[in-house]
Write a new protein. Structure first.
Length: 444
């Protein structure tokens, strides 16, 4: 029997389709189970691929084209089999910074028993097992080349996930900041809520306050992080369609969003901001975002007391919030009130400069020889004599006694008189001697 030789197949990167949702959800669930076994805390990527929301976005894409650009996922196929997935999304409104939400690779199961030699010869050889570095690098490179508007890429990875850390470092990502996620139990929230917050200038947030929030966000982070985030005033405004999409998402997830900011009347600036996402049925913990001006760190207990009071009207549940290494006052306060560390991640970034493709001309400079290069410096025609060259020729003709200048002069009047011969070049009436006068001898 003729043995079938194995053929090397390449990995094809393509966009996600509706028929791939079930396969992608199974892949995400397998990744979450693998991360739980390795005792790492990661975000559940299956929440990012909710089928009702995806169907709504597919319907909106028929009417409003930009809704299709907010959802980006690519798959790696080999022999019509899913090998990996990557999900990306724009980080800011200008789409200059993009975020890598998740990179997942299919881990094929090892065979339990070795097949016999006859079965191995008859059956076609399975494609080789691909590693995370191979598939993940191709997925990342495809996104770098596909998203031309992205100047900077941003991601967040758990510090205990050595495989993903090696993958991102291999593709040029550098550490930007260290993030720590904290959790407060419901009993701790009740103790914090007993304190009355001193916030006389706590105001609700609207689009008219976008400039104040932008200034607060700029002052609350170091310059390098600010440059990577590249946020503008437009990022703190909410469009009508965005508010509708957020309302639908909150309705599906049984959530409610409450936000506010503290206004400083003397400086006419915002000095504190909070946003809390409440779970109304108690199935998930509450999530909070907190931004405080570095000069007003006394606002941490006040804003925390305000958020704890808001959670008391709902079923008891824990509260999660994050802090970075450039916010030591927040971490010190959370440790003082007894918050527990939930996860420790590393924020990484990468800059991208897209190179324009160079078209090879038929006469490229690399293909030219030295003789061909010097050929272009040769004069195309005989040079026209200048004034200096004419004077030099005249001096040589008058000082050299062997030069015969009387053969072709233009003579007027008496031809025998050499003093009447003129030079045709200078058109002088009489020859002029520009040489030095003869030296006189010594007197006798």
């Amino acid at each position: 029997m003729t043995q079938v030789l194995p053929q090397t197949t390449q990995i094809v990167i393509r966009s996600i389709q509706y028929r791939d949702l079930e396969t992608v959800e199974r892949l995400c669930e397998a990744e979450v189970d693998r991360d739980r076994e390795s005792s790492t805390v990661v975000e559940n990527p299956a929440k990012l691929l909710l089928r009702p929301l995806h169907g709504l976005k597919k319907a909106l894409s028929l009417v409003w084209a930009p809704s299709q650009q907010t959802f980006g996922a690519y798959l790696a196929d080999q022999d019509n089999q899913l090998r990996g997935m990557i999900r990306i999304s724009p980080f800011n409104r200008t789409r200059s910074t993009w975020r890598v939400d998740r990179v997942a690779v299919v881990h094929s199961a090892e065979p339990t028993s070795e097949p016999s030699t006859e079965e191995a010869s008859e059956a076609p050889k399975a494609p080789p097992k691909l590693s995370l570095a191979t598939v993940g690098s191709q997925l990342l490179r495809h996104c770098f080349e596909k998203i031309w508007e992205a100047r900077t890429w941003l991601l967040e990875v758990d510090v205990n996930d050595t495989a993903l850390l090696a993958l991102y470092r291999q593709n040029g990502f550098q550490p930007l900041a260290q993030m720590t996620y904290w959790v407060l139990a419901s009993e701790q929230l009740q103790d914090i809520a007993e304190r009355e917050p001193d916030l006389p200038n706590l105001l609700p947030i609207s689009n008219a306050d976008a400039q104040l929030l932008y200034q607060l966000d700029t002052a609350a982070m170091p310059p390098l992080v600010r440059q990577v985030f590249d946020r503008h005033v437009l990022d703190f405004k909410t469009s009508l369609l965005g508010s509708l999409m957020g309302g639908v998402k909150n309705w599906f997830s049984h959530a409610e969003v409450v936000s506010g900011y503290v206004f400083e009347p003397q400086r006419k600036a915002a000095i504190g901001y909070f946003q809390i996402r409440l779970c109304r049925d108690g199935s998930q913990p509450h999530q909070a975002q907190l931004t405080v001006h570095p000069a007003y760190t006394w606002l941490y207990p006040e804003l925390m007391s305000q958020m704890a009071r808001i959670t008391q009207a709902l079923p008891p549940q824990s509260l999660e919030l994050a802090s970075s290494d450039y916010q030591p006052e927040r971490e010190e306060y959370l440790e003082r009130i007894g918050a527990s560390r939930l996860a420790h991640t590393l924020m990484m970034s990468r800059s991208v400069w897209h190179k324009l493709r160079e078209s090879k001309l038929p006469m490229a400079l690399d293909s030219l020889q030295l003789s061909e290069v010097l050929q272009g410096f040769k004069p195309a025609r005989k040079p026209v004599p200048g004034r200096i060259s004419l004077l030099r020729t005249w001096n040589q003709s008058t000082t050299d006694p062997k030069a015969d200048v009387s053969t072709s002069p233009r003579q007027t009047g008496n031809t025998d008189d050499p003093s009447r011969s003129t030079n045709p070049l200078l058109n002088l009436p009489t020859p002029t001697d520009f040489s030095d006068p003869p030296q006189e001898g010594p007197c006798c």
